[in-house]
Design a protein around this ligand. Structure first.
Ligand code: ADP
Ligand code: MG
Length: 259
């Protein structure tokens, strides 16, 4: 693994009104790492992912992608710079098919779906994005529903389609918010295989996830949040013996510290 930082999060704080959700959060993700982001419900994981991926501005703090600050960058610029993400609760358009949604996520499509003024370059871009979308839909087991409206597929299938869309942009850094929540257990195995294959080809991954089995199988390192602060950064096999992690999930009295 190359240790150059792909993602740097420095001194991030965020409050929603009086609710201080993140406080002094700093961490780095090295190129080629698979980092799990864990913590109890409401600990700030999705907010941190939203900030780290440029979807939400921090109140204070600095985010860098491969050494470059991302503050003020628009979403399409971040995607072009190599960063994509999926959402905890994906919302899909009503009037597009699964295949069309996947194709629309390709960065090279400018004239896609337009019926006038299409150049030869537009047609070539459409062909290449169609081929890539078909192959990714196949990899994520969505071929049987490729022609259904994207809004009509199951919640688990929408999560898979979210991964397909994120991969259409060929990211260097992919961040996933609970990729296996609500996904049928048989499909989890396939997600694990896909993520491991992407990582083997050099993609860096940051994954918010609750499933400990998944974390142990997939992640090199875990960062644990509790009430908006990082309480641990360790290997997955060190989680169970880390007092602060046990406290975060079960409370201080169970962890054996205080009454
Ligand atoms: N857009 C928002 N507006 C107001 N409060 C929010 C918003 N997003 C998250 N929160 C609050 O921030 C806290 C952390 O939420 P979240 O980051 O979703 O936690 P997690 O993903 O760890 O479950 C919660 O108290 C939640 O209600
Ligand atoms: Mg969340």
């Amino acid at each position: 693994m190359n240790t150059a930082a792909m993602l740097e999060v420095k001194g991030v704080a965020k409050a929603f009104g009086a609710n201080r959700v993140l406080e002094g959060v700093s961490f780095e993700v090295g190129q080629g790492e698979i980092v799990g982001l864990l913590g109890p419900n409401g600990s700030g994981k999705s907010t941190l992912l939203n900030i780290a991926s440029g979807f939400l501005d921090p109140d204070v703090g600095d985010i860098r992608l491969a050494g470059k600050p991302i503050a003020g960058m628009r979403t399409h610029a971040l995607v072009q710079a190599g960063m994509t993400r999926t959402f905890q609760l994906p919302i899909m358009p009503q009037k597009m098919s699964v295949l069309e949604v996947a194709m629309a996520a390709a960065t090279e499509n400018h004239g896609l779906f337009s019926t006038v003024f299409r150049t030869a370059a537009d047609r070539a871009a459409e062909r290449s994005s169609r081929e890539r979308a078909i192959s990714l839909l196949d990899e994520l087991l969505l071929t049987p529903v490729a022609h259904l409206p994207a809004s009509a597929i199951s919640g688990g299938q929408k999560k898979l389609l979210g991964i397909v869309c994120a991969l259409m942009a060929k990211p260097r850094l992919l961040m996933l918010d609970e990729p296996t929540a609500g996904v049928h257990p048989n499909l989890r195995r396939d997600i694990v295989t896909v993520l491991q294959r992407l990582n083997a080809k050099g993609m860096t991954l940051v994954i918010v996830e609750h499933d400990m089995h998944f974390i142990r199988e997939v992640c090199n390192r875990c960062i644990v949040l509790d009430q908006g602060e990082i309480v641990a950064s360790c290997r997955p096999d060190e989680l169970a013996s880390n007092k602060r992690v046990v406290e975060a999930y079960l409370g201080a009295s169970v962890a054996g510290g205080r009454p």
